[in-house]
Design a binder for this molecule. Structure first.
Ligand code: PEP
Length: 250
């Protein structure tokens, strides 16, 4: 059976005290719960160290929202995989549409980051997704295929087995517009077919594919019930412990 995962992307929210507050509520709300899903939170860099301490002895895992592909050097403002590992991160979100559209990250750059994360023993949560325009002009599958193939192009089968993919249609992120469970399932199934073609069915059946884009307590259950949707990457709704917990339990 595939891993089932709920990951929270805090984006640029929460200073240290706000982070501590949210994490304590989250941890106490999850204590003694029999969870069927793994839980990952991805706070901003400045809170990682503090939160890492708060998550010791809990089942919640830590991830970052970005990293550079080089080991170290003159890259002002950047963060390396080694730095993330040293504060206790096991995961890193890569290729988020906000990184692609606002900060100009290309498929090529994202593929280097994915390779670096894997060789550093960090699990990439590799995000892909089409824009509204691309969906409307019928090129969703072309865009998804290009993003998947470019992102994994330098990976060995052993490496690709370790990634998590997040399908996040751009038109659904932070907009309150969610893809219907059927729309999401269709793309997830398509992603699995690309993985089967490129590697094998064993690989495609193993890789968790999360859905992201306005996942809320009231729509999580229907989305997560779909065969190829193995979890969710949650933005806005992970900033409140209560709503994140109800998605985790959905
Ligand atoms: C995200 O940023 O990855 C995301 C899915 O955001 P939201 O849930 O707010 O749409």
């Amino acid at each position: 059976m595939r891993r089932r995962i709920i990951a929270g992307n805090w984006k640029m929210h929460n200073n240290i005290s706000e982070s501590q507050n949210l994490v304590s509520k989250l941890v106490s709300g999850l204590t003694n719960q029999n969870l069927i899903r793994e839980v990952i939170i991805c706070p901003p860099f400045t809170s990682l160290c503090e939160i890492s301490n708060l998550l010791k002895d809990t089942k919640v895992e830590l991830g970052a929202q970005n990293m550079h592909f080089e080991e170290k050097g003159a890259f002002t403002g950047e963060i390396s995989s080694d730095m993330l590992k040293s504060v206790g991160c096991k995961y890193v979100i890569l290729g988020h549409s906000e990184r692609r559209t606002i900060f100009g990250e290309t498929d090529e750059l994202i593929s280097k980051k994915i390779k670096k994360a894997l060789t550093s023993d960090l699990t990439p949560i590799f995000c892909i997704g089409e824009s509204l325009e691309q969906r409307e002009n019928g090129t969703t599958n072309d865009v998804i295929k290009r993003q998947v193939l470019e992102g994994i192009k330098d990976l060995t089968e052993e490496e690709v087995n370790k990634i998590i993919i997040a399908y996040e249609p751009i038109w659904a992120i932070g907009t309150g517009k969610t893809a219907t469970p059927e729309q999401a399932q269709e793309v997830h199934k398509f992603i699995r077919s690309i993985l089967t073609e490129t590697f094998s069915e064993t690989v495609s059946e193993k890789i968790p594919i999360l859905y992201g884009g306005s996942v809320k307590p009231n729509n999580a259950e229907d989305l997560l019930a779909k065969e190829d949707i193995d979890g969710a990457l949650v933005g806005g709704a992970c900033l409140e412990a209560e709503s994140f917990i109800s998605i985790i339990k959905a």
